[in-house]
Design a protein around this ligand. Structure first.
Ligand code: SF4
Length: 452
């Protein structure tokens, strides 16, 4: 749909999209269907955010929810207008406003005295981040434009020091309120005016703005149009250089270099790892360090290949745990003996009880008493160290397992590179390059966060 056919609107989410990139804003407004599909882990984050948002309302007893959906904005504005005049209602949830074609819904609008309100933006994260300030600022802009007096603006987030004691959550402790009024007002006066001008210009334009891809595509969030914008990228874009800085990227782009194969061998500023990647890709050959064979000889039979699956709920699920505490609930163990024979054991918690004790006891009963324990990253070791603190009666045996681990990720990162890694050492990238007949989907456990 062309922008000339409709009268564009902004919203809080579109404003935030436009701050990241005006092309993203344009696409959000006119070609939303080009966005990448939402994967299950993203959906889980959205669902968790919704659960936190609903719980947060309970911190404001007597508040009234504006029930209309987002696509019923005009009706929501009308409902808000009516309830705002009722001084007996201490807070409104999802209050709806429109000012100069900018629509917003406010998570919590709390009455503060006779004529004024406090604005509360709820975040399911553990702390206030710089990118949250514009969320608040655009709401302040709309509310002030509509003549609503806002005394203070707050970000409400999860307090990770809270320890769940069972029963209903203690909401005063579970949530923290941080006053961001000054930061939001500074953003409103210093940054917002020029950014809004640019956004309206783009939204009234006929063409998708010509914006090159770059670090902004991942900052502060991965852009939903990442796939669309990168589909015609070269086979080995320079962004694949591991931990490449914006400075080096700018220098490469200024030199007209978009593909790693075009980087001269003596290009200044590359780290040793980036240089290795550049050389491997340019030669179309894997890099194999001279230390690789001797490092592999450290592995002792029987070799245990160990993998954990965990979850870390925003809202603690078990007594004695904190928000976002990592809880292991599944392990998978393949054991190869010196004759080459492979066996497999696993554990999966299938009830609603705290799985940690059963996880630990089954693991300790199953892992062979000697031999190397191969892991991919330091994750399994970190989990076992945490469990040693939580369940001290098993600490000695858990720490003994930690002492036998061999980190395959570290080995690969330091000693091997294949052009098919495309700059990533995640198992999802490494496995198809090293074992083409096996895909990520063949793994017993697919780490949600770790495989990403
Ligand atoms: S992928 Fe990058 S260039 Fe494309 S819309 Fe998103 S931020 Fe802009």
């Amino acid at each position: 749909m062309m922008s000339s056919q409709i009268s564009p609107r902004l919203s809080k989410s579109r404003f935030v999209a436009g701050l990241q990139c005006v092309k993203r804003l344009y696409l959000e407004c006119y070609q939303r269907d080009l966005a990448d599909p939402i994967d299950p882990s993203q959906q889980a984050v959205f669902d968790s955010g919704n659960a936190v948002g609903e719980l947060a309302r309970q911190r404001f007893p007597g508040g009234r929810l504006i029930e209309e959906q987002y696509f019923e904005h005009s009706q929501a504005v009308e409902s808000t207008r009516k309830i705002l005049t009722d001084a007996s209602v201490p807070a409104l949830f999802e209050a709806a406003f429109t000012f100069e074609r900018i629509r917003t819904r406010v998570d919590v609008l709390r009455r503060s005295g006779q004529e004024a309100f406090d604005l509360v933006e709820v975040k399911s994260g553990a702390k206030v981040k710089a990118e949250h300030i514009p969320d608040v600022a655009i709401q302040l802009h709309v509310l002030e434009g509509m003549g609503i007096i806002v005394r203070r603006a707050y970000l409400m987030h999860i307090n990770t020091d809270y320890v769940y004691q069972g029963g209903p959550y203690e909401l005063e402790q579970l949530f923290s309120l941080q006053d961001v009024t000054d930061d939001a007002q500074a953003f409103m006066s210093e940054v917002m005016p020029s950014r809004l001008v640019k956004m309206w210009e783009v939204l009234h334009g006929e063409e998708e703005p010509a914006i090159e891809t770059g670090p902004h595509c991942m900052t502060p969030y991965q852009c939903p149009f990442y796939g669309y914008c990168h589909q015609e990228a070269t086979e080995h874009p320079v962004e694949e250089l591991p931990r490449v800085s914006s400075k080096v990227l700018d220098e490469l782009k200024d030199s007209g270099i978009g593909d790693i194969r075009g980087i001269p061998s003596d290009f200044p500023g590359l780290t040793p790892t980036q240089q290795r990647v550049r050389d491997s890709v340019a030669a179309e050959q894997p890099f194999i360090s001279s230390d690789l064979a001797s490092r592999l000889r450290e592995v002792r039979f029987p070799v245990s290949f160990l993998d954990f699956e965990t979850f870390n709920p925003a809202l603690p699920a078990y007594v004695g745990t904190r928000p976002y505490q990592v809880i292991p609930f599944q392990w998978s163990l393949h054991v190869r003996d010196s004759s080459g024979q492979l066996s497999h054991e696993s554990f999966l918690n299938e009830d609603s009880e705290d799985p940690r004790r059963a996880f630990v006891t089954s693991l300790l009963d199953t892992v062979p008493p000697h031999g190397t324990i191969v892991v991919y990253s330091g994750y399994e070791q970190a989990i076992m160290q945490q469990l040693a603190v939580t369940l001290p009666e098993f600490a000695e045996r858990l720490l003994a397992l930690c002492g036998r681990t061999f980190d395959l990720l570290k080995l690969v990162r330091e000693n091997y590179y294949h052009p098919m890694f495309h700059g990533s050492y995640s198992i999802k990238s490494v496995l198809p390059a090293l074992v083409p007949e096996m895909g990520y989907g063949d793994l017993e456990i697919q780490h949600g966060s770790m495989a990403a």
